[in-house]
Each structure stands twice: as structure tokens, then as C-alpha cells.
Design a protein around this ligand. Structure first.
Ligand code: COI
Length: 356
């Protein structure tokens, strides 16, 4: 497929790298591509970043048929631009598409388009330590229709945002609120797909947590309200008696790429790992008998995010000494060192972005 590139005549001023935050600033260009049943995916184009004008009857506005991905481009010390395991994001994008009846995309073409878009906007890749260019591919349903059925037409777009840490805490511990009242998803639902609906379902609980002074929610399973699932913006990992324990991918948890990288690194370092169901009761017991050493989250946006406090009913547990744990730091350093080209990549995770 051809990719048409139309560059803007009025480039915006680049932001101050030391004040980025997450997802608030957008670059000069975006990628767009459309789908209809007759042409398949067509009209692939990079053009100036602009609003999408929509008819009020556009289906995504009513029934939320939308998916997205999140990955990052990193600038190395020697000035190279690189991606981290983008093949995994492309594959997950298609898997998410299948959950909500969105037609498949050509993964190799999408990766090519991402690289082209980054090349056009490469000056936007920030240079300050631990900053990156967040890449957000999205597909939305575009039929104008109020009946409930999958749309026949779609828009795929990719936008870019220079970012620093996702949480205002940076690489400092966050506090998490565990709920057995609200649920995010149930097995057989959309939990393992990156659909807009999953995130909508997490908002209310997250606001309750925020009002109580916590950064995020740790979701439990929707049936027994006992089994630990994930945080919504990141998967969750425990260090118990020297073992890495994380809930298995049972259908209601996002198959995180950073989660997979943590497990791969742990294996590489001969640290025992267990992908197994873990209940909140077991976690409370492990805290009581001091075998719970660390908790941290893993995600593209969150990277590795240590957890210092966990609120459950009327108790607030302090994890370890409440500071960044050794294991969290080891994973954070190993992953970011590979991402930023400070260390060898023995796993073949890095994908260079060719510049023109
Ligand atoms: C990511 O980690 O890329 C996410 O998509 C999580 C959140 C920002 C929605």
C-alpha cells in the first residue's frame, strides 16, 4: 500500500523536555487510514495533526467500538531512535480488533507507517532523561448509524505525544486501593483486549480510589472478588519469598509487553517465577508473615512502578520499608537501559527506526 506524506507548513514550537507530563502535548503530524468493505484498508496518509470531524451519529460515539495501542520511541545517547518490541503491539492490536469485530490490519505495514511518522516528527522525541515519544495507534468505528451492530467503515489513526513519567510520582512508589466492590471486567469479556470500553469501566472505581488518596485501583476478579487481576494501567507483580509472582493471563487481564519482559528477564537471571492465581487473602497473609517483599506494576506507560502502600478494607499495608524495592529497581534499570540503548539487547527487543 502506498503511503502519502503531506508535511505541515507551520510547525509548532517544541515543548520544554523537563515539563512534559503524560499525553498532553501532540506533534505536528498524524497518520490516517480508512476502511470500507470494498477497498479494505485504504488511503494511508501522513498529514498535519488535525481534529477529526464527525457526524453525531458516528457509531464509535454511541457504542464505543474502538481499540488502541501504546508504545514508545526512545532516543539513545548516540542519537539513534528505537522502538521496544513493536511487533508485540502490532499483534495485540489485531487481537484486540478481533474482540470487537474490527477488520484485521497488516501488521508490517502499520509498523512501517509508525516508523515513517516518527521520522517526519523526529525532532519531537524528547532528550531529557527517561522521556520518550508515546505512540498511540487507534481504530474507531465510523458508520453513521444508530442500530447496534459492528460498523462497516473504520478510521485508523496514529498520534504521537512526547512524554515523561505516567504517574506524577515518577519512579517513586505509588499507593494502591484494592476494591471488592467495583469490577473492571470478567472472563469472557473484553479484559484482555485494549478496547476503549475497558478503560471506561475502570473510571468510577479509579475516582473513588483517588478521592481516598490513592493513585490507582487493584482490581480483583469479578466473580469471587478474591483473585488479584491487574491495576488497569499496568499489570501487577509481587515478590514473595524471593519468587516473582504474577496473576496468569486468564482472559480478563491485559497481556502486557512489559509484564512479559519482566518474566523473560527474571528467567534470564534465574529468579524463580510463578504465573499463578493469587488471592488478596494470600497477599495479606504474606504481608503478615513478612514473606511479601515487594509489589510493583509493569506497563508501557508506567514502565516499572513500585507500590509502597496497599489499602484493603480498613487496613493500609506498607510494603517492605515503603521505599523502592531492589527488585523493582533492577527490572526498571534493565528494561530502560535496553530501551535507551545503554545496555546490550540480548533478547532482540529493539527495533531501529530508519531515518530518511
Ligand atoms: C500503556 O501503558 O501504554 C497504556 O495504554 C496504559 C494507559 C496509558 C491507558
Amino acid at each position: 500500500m502506498d503511503l502519502k506524506i503531506t508535511e505541515t507548513k507551520t510547525r509548532k514550537e517544541l515543548p520544554d523536555d523537563s515539563k512534559l507530563g503524560f499525553g498532553q502535548i501532540f506533534t505536528d503530524h498524524m497518520f490516517n487510514m480508512d476502511y470500507n468493505p470494498r477497498q479494505g484498508w485504504y488511503n494511508a496518509r501522513i498529514e498535519p495533526y488535525a481534529p477529526i470531524v464527525m457526524d453525531p451519529a458516528t457509531m464509535v460515539l454511541h457504542y464505543g467500538q474502538a481499540i488502541f495501542e501504546g508504545l514508545k520511541a526512545y532516543r539513545t545517547g548516540s542519537g539513534k531512535i528505537q522502538l521496544f518490541r513493536p511487533d508485540r503491539n502490532m499483534a495485540r492490536f489485531n487481537r484486540s480488533a478481533s474482540f470487537v469485530c474490527i477488520p484485521e490490519i497488516d501488521e508490517a505495514f502499520l509498523l512501517y507507517a509508525i516508523k515513517k511518522l516518527i521520522s517526519v516528527d523526529k525532532e519531537w522525541i524528547p532528550r531529557a532523561p527517561e522521556t520518550s515519544l508515546y505512540i498511540r495507534p487507534t481504530i474507531i468505528a465510523t458508520d453513521h448509524y444508530l442500530g447496534v451492530r459492528p460498523s462497516n467503515t473504520y478510521r485508523l489513526f496514529i498520534i504521537l505525544s512526547p512524554v515523561s513519567a505516567y504517574y506524577p510520582e515518577g519512579f517513586n512508589p505509588v499507593s494502591i486501593w484494592v476494591t471488592d466492590k467495583y469490577v473492571r471486567t470478567v472472563r469472557g469479556g473484553l479484559g484482555e483486549a485494549k478496547t476503549a470500553a475497558n478503560y471506561a469501566a475502570s473510571l468510577y472505581g479509579a475516582e473513588v480510589a483517588k478521592k481516598a488518596g490513592y493513585t490507582q485501583v487493584l482490581w480483583l476478579d469479578a466473580i469471587e472478588h478474591r483473585h488479584i487481576e491487574e491495576v488497569g494501567t499496568m499489570n501487577i507483580v509481587f515478590v514473595i519469598s524471593g519468587e516473582i509472582v504474577t496473576p496468569p493471563l486468564g482472559g480478563s487481564i491485559l497481556p502486557g509487553i512489559t509484564r512479559d519482559s519482566v518474566l523473560t528477564l527474571a528467567k534470564h537471571w534465574n529468579i524463580p517465577i510463578a504465573e499463578r492465581p493469587i488471592t488478596i487473602d494470600e497477599l495479606i497473609e504474606a504481608h503478615k508473615d513478612d514473606s511479601l517483599q515487594e509489589i510493583f506494576g509493569s506497563g508501557t506507560a508506567a514502565v516499572i512502578s513500585p507500590v509502597s502502600h496497599l489499602a484493603w478494607h480498613d487496613d493500609v499495608l506498607t510494603v517492605g520499608d515503603g521505599r523502592v524495592g531492589l527488585m523493582a529497581k533492577r527490572f526498571y534499570d534493565a528494561i530502560t537501559d535496553i530501551q535507551y540503548g545503554r545496555a546490550e539487547d540480548p533478547f532482540g527487543w529493539i527495533e531501529p527506526v530508519e531515518e530518511e
